[in-house]
Design a protein around this ligand. Structure first.
Ligand code: DAK
Length: 258
């Protein structure tokens, strides 16, 4: 069904999307971004799926937007037709958690796609970077906005202006990634995290994601109010009753996603 990605379902509830243009180190062309968007939407709409993992190969999560495809565009085309914006925004509309499992290069648009995910688990060989300056452009899919939020201004400027790559250890120290694991444990770790998330009430999980994302879009007082309203709304769910009853009865909760 897809040519530039592979999809599978793990344990009946985790949707896995593997970027798959190995010869180009998973460079992100229009077809891949269309297929990634379609697969994300399909898993988001599938009631059986509770969490999504986006990954690449051992060598590359993605080495950036496809430079060969981009090279021929001019200003009229990029601006006039809003080049490649169309299919780069889909990730933001996904309501279930999306984990990036990153091994190897996550550069340019690859780093940006990883940062669009809800959190990043990195293999110890991961390398993050925004090297666009080397080819005469700047990051175009949120790198200049999400990197400073993740790393702070100084490291973000360093990466964007010098194009240096950041290894997994530095990325974890700096808060870009949540965990670093040996390469051969990457998918196991990501799947483990996904299954933990799947074990919780679906509505609370979605509300938690929405509330954290709100913190990047609003002043503190608005964000806190937004969180409070979502918190209060969860008392209308049967999963809240079940979670608290189960805790008090010292038994595991059985969430229904309602
Ligand atoms: N595009 C196209 N092909 C790529 C590629 C890329 N980004 N990266 C690697 N490849 C291809 C290489 O051309 C090579 O192809 P062949 O020569 O074998 O045909 C093959 O993948 C293997 O690459 P290398 O031979 O270079 O492998 P090495 O291990 O020596 O080096 C490397 C790996 C990742 C350090 C190197 O390939 C590299 O520097 N790649 C380019 C990294 C880069 O500059 N990335 C940023 C691209 S600009 C936007 C959305 C997104 C973007 C912009 C706007 N909007 C929504 C508006 C994003 C822009 C970018 O990402």
């Amino acid at each position: 069904m897809y040519e530039t990605i592979q999809t599978r379902v793990e344990a009946g509830k985790v949707g896995v999307i593997a970027l798959n243009r190995p010869k180009q180190l998973n460079a992100l062309n229009d077809q891949l971004m269309d297929e990634l968007g379609a697969a994300l939407k399909a898993f988001d709409a599938d009631d059986a799926i509770g969490c999504i993992i986006v990954t690449g190969s051992e060598k590359a999560f993605a080495a950036g937007a496809d430079i060969a495809a981009m090279a021929k565009y001019d200003f009229a085309e990029t601006y006039g037709r809003d080049y490649i914006s169309r299919n780069w925004e889909t990730m933001r509309s996904i309501r279930k958690p999306v984990i990036a499992a990153v091994a190897g290069f996550a550069l340019g648009g690859g780093c940006e796609v990883a940062m669009m995910c809800d959190f990043i688990i990195a293999a110890d060989n991961a390398k993050f970077g925004q090297p666009e300056i080397k080819i005469g452009i700047i990051p175009g899919a949120g790198g200049t906005q999400r990197l400073p939020r993740a790393l702070g201004k100084s490291k973000a400027m360093d990466m964007v202006l010098t194009a240096r790559m950041m290894d997994a250890a530095e990325a974890e120290r700096s808060g870009l990634v949540s965990r670093v694991v040996p390469l051969d444990k990457l998918m196991e770790e990501a799947l483990g995290a996904a299954l933990v998330i799947c074990s919780y009430g679906r509505l609370a999980v979605m509300a938690a994601k929405e509330a954290v994302n709100r913190s990047f879009e609003s002043p503190l007082s608005d964000g806190v109010l937004y969180e409070r309203r979502l918190f209060q709304a969860l008392f209308a769910t049967s999963d809240q009753k079940e979670g608290m009853d189960a805790f008090l009865a010292k038994r595991p909760a059985e969430f229904k996603g309602r």
